[in-house]
Design a binder for this molecule. Sequence first.
Ligand code: NAP
Length: 454
Amino acid sequence: MLRVAVVGSGPSGVYAAQTLVQQREVPGVLVDVLDRLPAPYGLVRYGVAPDHEKIKSLQGNLRAVLEDERIRFLGNVEVGGPALPTGRLLELYHAVVYCVGAARDRMLDVPGEDLPGVHSATAFVNWYSAHPDAEAEDFALAGVRSAVVVGAGNVAVDVTRMLARGEAELRATDMPQPALGALAGSGVREVAMVARRGPSQGKFTTKELRELGTLPGVDPVVDPAELALDPAYADPRAPLPAVNRRNVEVLRSWAAAPAGGGGRRIALRFFLRPVEVLAGPDGRAAGVRFERTLPDGRGGVTGTGAYEDVEAQLVLRSVGYRGVALPGLPFDAARGTVPHAAGRVLRAGRASVGEYVAGWIKRGPTGVIGTNRPCAKETASALLQDAPALARRELPGDPLTAMRAAGLLHPVEWTGWQAIERAEQELGGSLGRRSVKIPDWPGLLGAAGVPVSR
Ligand code: NAP
């Protein structure tokens, strides 16, 4: 028997667990999938936008894996804290696969970034996704007419779209009731999504970009003169990777379209880099000052010394995520990842016995959900190669018994998670909606029937 702990129940963790049990070389593999949160699925539950039902439905695939009899989900288990340090975890299992993602957002490093009204896209996503750590009171949107989203990746597209969506579309989602109320009642009329480089260099994928043009009552607006600053945009025959070429085609079609009469606008802006968040008389964010940039011919941009102020009572920075060091694990601070070779954690350049990584903490915050499958497979294959040596070590018994014995951990097992799901269905029913997510720790733990110790 080989006992493995997978830390993190997002896509990379679940795919790693799946690969470990669905293979024939090493018989008798048992996997515990641990998560700090009481609910499974990581960014599929707490990152994928609530209106992206098709991607959300991936939860069904992840569920099927976690219901495998050789796999056990244990939520509400924080690894790396005093109750379960990483060293202790390795005593309880033959091997540990860390799939902890990239939890922190990156900063803009400009003056005014700490003004009220400026937030990370992550905080905003957490709020409308009912993440129990979200700061709900931050997002009173009633006084917001204009919002600026800094960045041109898929997260920027997600938060831009959520700000522009109408009540009917939001009601159909599982977003928590207070977020639904705030977004549906917001006064937002214009959302500017602002990129520091050109239209051919957006990090968004075409499907996500195109969706901005399909929102009821919302007009995507692009300025052809701004787009034309990009040589690869100006020349339709320019050699571009397929996704960038398709993005450019979408933007070109919007630039050529007559202005619509929708009640809300999404302005897609390019070649503007943020230099300062401007304060209004009330001390809150009132706009963002950008410097106009131009292509430098090497894929980057240079400043021009010309500035433009864009009005915004809400500013969301959406400039990527960063991995966070887990106490006891080596960490490459420059990359925000754990050093590894094919998924084996490296300590001082050598593979550490029994420690592995997969997902964003291994390769950085890139790719779509499916990218995690080959990534997790590579790691699981390395672990399975090492299995004969790892399995020789005698373990102290069932790790769950050991975790409970100290009285510091109260894991939410699969039945607890199913109880949360039922409670969310009931909550939705009482609000005349489908399932509605529970947004706080006491609510989640109470529904799961474990002690609320936070
Ligand atoms: P991302 O794709 O890395 O995009 C980050 C954006 O921020 C880029 O446009 C970048 O511009 C810009 N940026 C970085 N630093 C900046 C600065 N100081 N000032 C101004 N702009 C700055 O990150 P993400 O949007 O957070 O997405 C993370 C990953 O999740 C991606 O792989 C994404 O595809 C994935 N995701 C996928 C979906 C989906 O499939 N629907 C949804 C959400 C997220 P430069 O290019 O100039 O650096």
